[in-house]
Design a protein around this ligand. Structure first.
Ligand SMILES: Cc1ncc(C[n+]2csc(CCOP(=O)(O)OP(=O)(O)O)c2C)c(N)n1
Length: 654
């Protein structure tokens, strides 16, 4: 769909006050003039800054994708054509133009608009997981399905960033997409040169060399002049671009990368030039086979504080001042503690190296990288590779520390199991954002790790309860020489240290109940809640001893001894109960012939929606009130029924 001319023949064109207010669906976009589209783009940017400044969210990526999203919705016919957003963090503009602008007040708030595409919200949303590099595979599958069903008029479009394109799945998908010459998949690469940080690696260098090559400006000029000369419904522009590109091959070589895979390549296109984008997308749409459209954009485009932000172009700020882009300084977090300690460790031990999958600052490796740039490796959005590469580093005599959001370790389970654990390599994993994370929703809660790590032979899993334990347990992990270690902590402010009353190696007793009613095993950051549970239960006449094992794996032998001496064992963890710490302890106790029943408190094995960390924990029964009530009821019921035994409070789903 081409833009109507700016000024209608014979008259002055007056823009309506707000174009945005008139856009409720993609159809509304299609009748707009170029001037209206330009005004709309500006309004959308103002809207994004105003809304995200209040709620926090993905700002830079969306500011950079305004024209691209408008062009996609004007050229393709969603939802009949399928627009698949890789990662989905850049889909705010898509939400705005598909009727959800009014909901932005509630963006990422409990019960409000999701920060990612959501199939419950709109028929225009195809996929909703925010783990990167999947869109091309979904697109491949959708195109295969439509071909088999004879729905050959349906187009499948995947929008993918240059960052996400560093993920291995993209290349596996490209290999398949390129092989099917008659299946029309349009891959739009939104190339802004950045993930959070500048995108790294060979592919990034290819793209960057294209972007900065002396020929680039000429390419854009030539594209513009070709477009200017080409009637919008006229001779095949694609062929024009294609022919021109071949001619420019000498100084714009990187497209060969895609062509060698067998993909038609259109680009580079100025990703903020709407007519140019629409023409390229229309030709790609009509080509009839797999095509890559390479659009160059700037993250944060149109908002100076984002463009000026050296860290990450305001990729995902919390609430901020819209005039300055400045965020309020937050409280000290678990991440801060790790970030400072790893620098101290790196200074003392030259064999320690850091690995990040495109998230250096967010995982606390910035300080380490600033001081020892040659010892921190950003591998791209490539968690699987990160893990096996770490195994190689360990085999080569280094001490690798792989720093990931807990949820992204899911990607690399087989690599942890077979490439690290089977080879008993001393790789340390530092998982931040473990447990319930909050506003990013189901795909970002780091709640799976404690369960799947239970089945990895030889792994040690440390859950620090406070800042001092982050430090001591990190050292303990790095001191291990046989097999992998994991240190996990949440996305939250770190509270005051909680002192131990007595210690047995890494296991600390935090509170002593005088009668032997309940042994409460606290996992990591749940310690504060566990202590409050003990107080509440004591007020009801039930004594609770609280212990923190430090390492939840391997199971501390002292726990078995303690368990034998109590009437009920309870565990509290911010991971899922199925296969979690409580379930494991129950198994170990049974194997050791200890009959004390185990009551596990944790998360259900279900996809939890976005909200605040505290709110979600409370809603899942992980508040001190709920746990204390449950323990008191269990003990009281058992005392009534069987004065000497507490029956059957097993770890079943609620
Ligand atoms: C598997 C996985 N690892 C890490 C992330 C965290 N993450 C979210 S967005 C992003 C950068 C994406 O860069 P790009 O695809 O170029 O999009 P841009 O933000 O630049 O528009 C990263 C690393 C993720 N979503 N998924």
């Amino acid at each position: 769909m081409a833009c109507r001319p700016d000024v209608p023949a014979g008259g002055t064109y007056h823009l309506p006050v707000s174009v945005l207010e008139r856009v409720h669906s993609p159809e509304d976009l299609r009748g707009l003039s170029l001037a209206e589209c330009t005004a709309l783009a500006t309004e959308i940017r103002d809207f994004l800054v105003a809304k995200v400044s209040r709620t926090g969210g993905h700002l830079g990526p969306n500011l950079g994708a305004v024209e691209l999203t408008l062009a996609l919705h004007r050229v393709f016919d969603s939802p009949r054509d399928r627009l698949v957003f890789d990662t989905g963090h850049q889909a705010y503009v898509h939400k705005i133009v598909t009727g959800r602008a009014a909901d932005f007040e509630t963006l990422r708030q409990p019960g409000g608009l999701s920060g990612y595409p959501s199939r419950d919200e709109s028929e225009h949303d195809v996929i909703e997981n925010s783990h990167a590099s999947t869109a091309l595979s979904y697109a491949d599958g959708l195109a295969k399905a439509y071909a088999l069903r004879g729905e050959t008029d349906r187009r499948v479009v995947a929008l993918v960033g240059d960052g996400a394109l560093t993920g291995g799945m993209c290349w596996e998908a490209l290999n398949n997409i390129a092989a099917a010459k008659d299946r029309a998949v349009v891959i739009v690469v939104n190339d802004n040169g950045r993930s959070y940080d500048p995108t790294i690696g060979g592919l990034a260098e290819h793209l960057a060399s294209l972007r900065v090559s002396q020929g680039y400006e000429q390419v854009l000029d030539m594209i513009k002049s070709v477009l200017a000369r080409t009637p919008l419904v006229g001779p095949p522009l694609y062929e024009a671009l294609h022919g021109m590109k071949k001619g420019l091959k000498d100084f714009v070589a990187p497209q060969v990368l895609f062509e060698d895979l067998g993909l038609k390549y259109v680009g580079p296109i100025d990703g903020h030039d709407l007519p140019a984008l629409e023409s390229a997308l229309a030709k790609a749409r009509d080509f009839g086979g797999p095509v890559i459209v390479h659009a160059l954009t700037r993250k944060g485009f149109g908002y100076q504080p984002a463009l000026d932000d050296q860290a990450d172009n305001l990729h995902g700020p919390g609430a901020f001042d819209p005039l300055t882009g400045k965020q309020k300084p937050g409280a000290r977090t678990w991440d801060h503690v790790f970030a400072e300690e790893i620098v101290r460790i790196a200074r003392e031990d030259p064999t320690v190296v850091g690995i990040t999958a495109a998230m250096q600052a967010s995982v606390g490796l910035n300080g380490f990288a600033a001081e020892f740039p040659e010892r921190v490796f950003d591998v791209g959005i490539a968690e699987q590779h990160a893990v096996t590469s770490a195994a190689g580093l360990a085999m080569g005599g280094m001490k690798p520390v792989v720093c990931l959001y807990a949820t992204f370790l899911n990607r690399a389970f087989d690599q942890v199991l077979m490439d690290v654990a089977l080879h008993r390599q001393p790789v340390t994993f530092v998982l931040n954002r473990a447990g319930v994370t909050g506003p990013d929703g189901p795909s970002h809660h780091g709640m799976w790790d404690l369960s799947f790590l239970q089945i990895v032979p030889g792994v040690a899993v440390a859950c620090p309860r406070d800042a001092s334990r982050v430090v001591s347990l990190l050292h303990a992990c790095l001191g291990r020489t046989d097999g992998p270690s994991v240190l996990r902590f949440p996305k939250a402010a770190v509270g005051a240290d909680i002192e131990a009353l007595e210690s047995y190696g890494d296991l600390d007793v935090l509170a002593r109940g005088d009668a032997r009613d309940v042994l409460l095993v606290s996992v990591g950051a749940m310690a504060q809640t566990a202590l409050q549970v003990a107080e509440r239960a004591a007020a009801q006449g039930i004594s609770v001893t609280v212990v923190d094992p430090g390492f939840v794996l391997p199971v501390h032998p002292k726990l078995v001894e303690f368990a034998r001496a109590h009437r009920l064992v309870a565990t509290v963890e911010d991971g899922i109960r199925v296969g979690g710490v409580g379930a494991r302890l129950a198994l170990e106790l049974a194997d050791a012939g200890v009959g004390t029943p185990v009551r596990s408190f944790g998360l259900p094995a279900s996809f939890l929606q976005h909200g605040t960390r505290d709110g979600i924990l409370r809603a899942q029964g992980l508040s001190d009130q709920a746990i204390a009530r449950s323990l008191v009821e269990t003990i009281t019921a058992a005392q009534t029924e069987h004065p000497d035994v507490v029956e059957g409070a097993a770890a079943t789903e609620p």
